[in-house]
Design a protein around this ligand. Structure first.
Ligand code: NAP
Length: 334
């Protein structure tokens, strides 16, 4: 049977496990040009929270009763595409289910001898690419500059902090537990980090840890953390607006300080981006990320939940900050 996790209800605020349903159907049969893929790992990501709403933004919402979308790594079981054969390990976008029949052209073959296959859903996939282009292409960090990254110990954030260090920057991370703060400084070599959940005055803390001000801010979270960083920017600062996870479960838009005037005073640039727009440059990004990874410089952490049936729990846990690095779900063994 093919077990699938579908969207059962549109959440209000933080999703609940009852917003999802486990259903079973027959294993699909691949048509012309299609490949039967058995899921090994699936990725749970913050953007999926937006897809659960009945509002189209850059992508259509998941319909009620539809399989949850998402990136996967799987094993080819049967192929009607001459470019793939049974046993190949592939990355694709086949969603929260045991089996799927994507077109071969929508799959990327992985070489398990080069890196653990899970990295295709993390540091050597869209996560690493988001960190790489969102930092380098949007912010152009220079050696000696101060870079602040929020969501610092998550999948994207932990890659951003390391890349900024490779470029010779002073890097300060912001994260939600003491263990994450310790990881950023001791394991990833950031210059400083703080736990926003135990810090009363974020602005004072950013000022203390960034005595020369903030030249580059990589924003994964938005909200009061971002307000505090913006109060500390330097002239010609660059801000990459990657994510606003503090707002994803909000039932009404938050009203905060209105800080756009700071961009005038500091002649600063603030730019949002979607990693999908960089598709023509993915090969370039993966080459550089792969080189850093191969040299043992680019580290990655993974938090892995076992079992497709536990994907909703893993997803909700990630929204609550239970993950260090990339949150994955192991669906089946090789
Ligand atoms: P992640 O950081 O691995 O996981 C989400 C993290 O968000 C949690 O671990 C939690 O860490 C933090 N968080 C949750 N609620 C928060 C709050 N209210 N305030 C501050 N932090 C909070 O996820 P990811 O996949 O790497 O994604 C990070 C961000 O990048 C997300 O906003 C996502 O939407 C965005 N993103 C954007 C693109 C793009 O194309 N623009 C692509 C990929 C991802 P703590 O313990 O630190 O709270």
């Amino acid at each position: 049977m093919n077990r699938q996790i579908t969207l059962a209800a549109r959440p209000t605020g933080l999703p609940k496990e009852s917003d999802f349903r486990l259903v079973e159907s027959a294993i699909p049969i691949p048509g012309p040009g299609e490949v039967l893929v058995r899921t090994l790992y699936l990725s749970v990501d913050p953007y999926m929270r937006g897809r659960m709403n009945d509002a189209k933004s850059y992508a259509a919402p998941v319909a009620i009763g539809e399989v949850m979308v998402g990136g996967t790594v799987g094993r080819v079981e049967q192929s009607n595409d001459p470019n793939f054969r049974a046993g190949d390990i592939v990355a694709g976008n086949t969603g929260w289910q045991d089996y799927a029949t994507p077109k071969g052209k929508d799959l990327r073959r992985l070489d398990p001898s080069l890196a653990p296959v899970t990295t295709a859903l993390g540091v050597l996939g869209h996560i690493g690419l988001t960190a790489y282009f969102g930092l380098i292409d949007i912010c152009h960090p220079q050696a000696g500059e101060t870079v602040v990254v929020s969501g610092g110990a998550g999948a994207v954030g932990s890659a951003v902090g390391q890349i900024a260090k490779f470029l010779g920057c002073r890097v300060v991370g912001i994260a939600g537990t003491d263990a994450k703060v310790e990881y950023l400084v001791s394991e990833l070599g950031l210059d400083a980090a703080f736990n926003y959940k135990t810090t009363a005055d974020y602005g004072a803390k950013v000022k203390e840890l960034c005595p020369n001000g903030v030249d580059v801010y990589f924003d994964n979270v938005g909200g009061p953390i971002t307000d505090a960083v913006l109060f500390n920017i330097n002239v010609h600062a660059r801000v990459s607006v990657c994510g606003q996870i503090s707002q994803y479960n909000a039932e009404k838009p938050e009203t905060g300080p209105r800080l756009l005037g700071l961009l005038i005073v500091y002649r600063a640039k603030l730019e949002g981006f979607l990693i999908t727009d960089y598709a023509p440059r993915f090969a370039e990004g993966l080459r550089q990320l792969g080189a850093w990874f191969g040299q043992g410089k680019l580290k990655h952490a993974e938090t892995i939940e076992e079992g497709l049936e536990n994907a909703p729990r893993a997803f909700i846990g990630m929204l609550l900050g239970k993950n260090l690095g990339k949150q994955l779900v192991k669906v089946s063994a090789l």
